[in-house]
Each structure stands twice: as C-alpha cells, then as structure tokens.
Design a protein around this ligand. Structure first.
Ligand SMILES: Cc1nc(C(=O)O)sc1CCOP(=O)(O)O
Length: 202
C-alpha cells in the first residue's frame, strides 16, 4: 500500500516562503494543508493561486476551516477543526467537497464519519513543540480508530522518520507532518527521508 504524506503549514511562514518550499517538494507530497488562521479568505485565495502557478496541483491543496474557499478554488478539500462549521453543514453546502476532520478520540472519529467526513486526522501522537502543553495521545487509540471507521485515517504530531514505521503499523492511510519538513534545514532532503522510511527502506 502506498501511504500518503501530507504537509501542514506552520502559520508562521510567509506565503512566499511556503510557496518556495511547496514548489520544491510537491512531487513527493500528497497533500498540503493551508492551516493559516490569520489569513483572510482573500489571502488564502491569493496563496492558492500562487501555489498553483508554481506547479502545485490544486487537488493537493487542502484548506483548513474554510469550505467556501476550498470549494470556490476547486482544491482537494477542506480540513475541519473543533472550531469549524459542522461537517454535515459543510457537506450540505458543498456536496462534492472532500472533507477532512481533525479528531482527538475514538468517539469524535466515529461521530465525524457519521457526519460525512471523507478522512480523519488524529493526534497528536507523540509530544511535539508544535502542540505545547497537551500530553501526547500515543498509538493505541489511533489503532482503535483505524479498526472502527471505514474512511482513511491520518496520524499527526511528532512524527519523524525514526518513528514513522510504528505509526504506519497501525494501518493508517498516511501521516501529516509540520516541523519535520517545514522547519528542516533542507525540506526536500527531509521529505525524501520520510518517503524512504515510509517505503520501509533505510
Ligand atoms: C497541526 C497539528 N494538529 C495536531 C492534532 O493533534 O490535531 S498536532 C499538530 C502539529 C503537528 O506538528 P509536528 O509535525 O511539528 O509535530
């Protein structure tokens, strides 16, 4: 099975900086989540246009929270968080939109599937500076979620090339990474290292 690798934007990089990295690594990445809470809808649209002009396929772009922007720009989907509109409402408004839901428990995962989510993101698995102050959830519940839903599940949080093998062993569809790639000195080298480990090489 070819596992997927998603990259989550940091909320700290400029549109230009993120675009430079994304255009360099997109061939090896299945999804880019624009998780930019401070950007307006207009700024998100401009970033998506710019990514597309730099060769990043629209279907690889996932817009956090804003189903309207994702739908209007024909991106690969939306990623809904706790604070977002309910998945069932988004589904009703934009029936063709791929909806990802961020979940933090088995109950939330099953609820999101019922509401029409097309994929789930569960975390954080390991402790990570990207989620300070919240204890990591580990792999046990991740495995339970994979067993109890029929939609693809992604794992996030503290995932490195060193632990990717045990994460994939739970049966997840893929992993999502923020700092391990976007904060690496050489993001392309980092992506290739993740890919190597995901294929069980090296
Ligand atoms: C954006 C995000 N969401 C999480 C969740 O648990 O839902 S963990 C996380 C941060 C992941 O960053 P890194 O790859 O640097 O650990």
């Amino acid at each position: 099975m070819n596992r997927q690798l998603h990259v989550i934007s940091t909320g700290q990089q400029s549109k230009e900086e993120f675009g430079r990295i994304a255009s360099t690594i997109h061939e090896y990445v299945d999804g880019f989540h624009l998780r930019e809470k401070k950007w307006t809808a207009k700024e998100l649209v401009a970033a998506i246009q710019s990514l597309s002009e730099q060769g990043v396929p629209l279907e690889k772009i996932i817009v956090n929270d804003r189903g309207d922007v994702a739908h209007s720009m024909k991106t690969g989907g939306v990623q809904l968080a706790h604070h977002s509109m309910d998945a069932s409402l988004v589904k009703k408004a934009f029936p063709a939109l791929q909806i990802g839901c961020s979940v933090h428990s088995l109950a939330e995962a099953m609820g999101a599937e019922k509401k029409g989510a097309n994929r789930l993101l569960y975390g954080h698995i390991f402790s990570t500076a990207s989620k300070p102050g919240v204890p990591p959830r580990g792999l046990r519940e991740l495995g339970e979620i994979v067993q109890n839903v029929t939609i693809p599940v992604f794992a996030i949080g503290g995932i490195t090339p060193g632990n990717v093998e045990e994460v994939l062993a739970t049966g997840v569809e893929g992993i999502a990474v923020l700092s391990g790639i976007l904060k690496a000195n050489d993001p392309l080298e980092a992506v290739l290292e993740y890919r190597k480990k995901m294929k069980g090489e090296g």
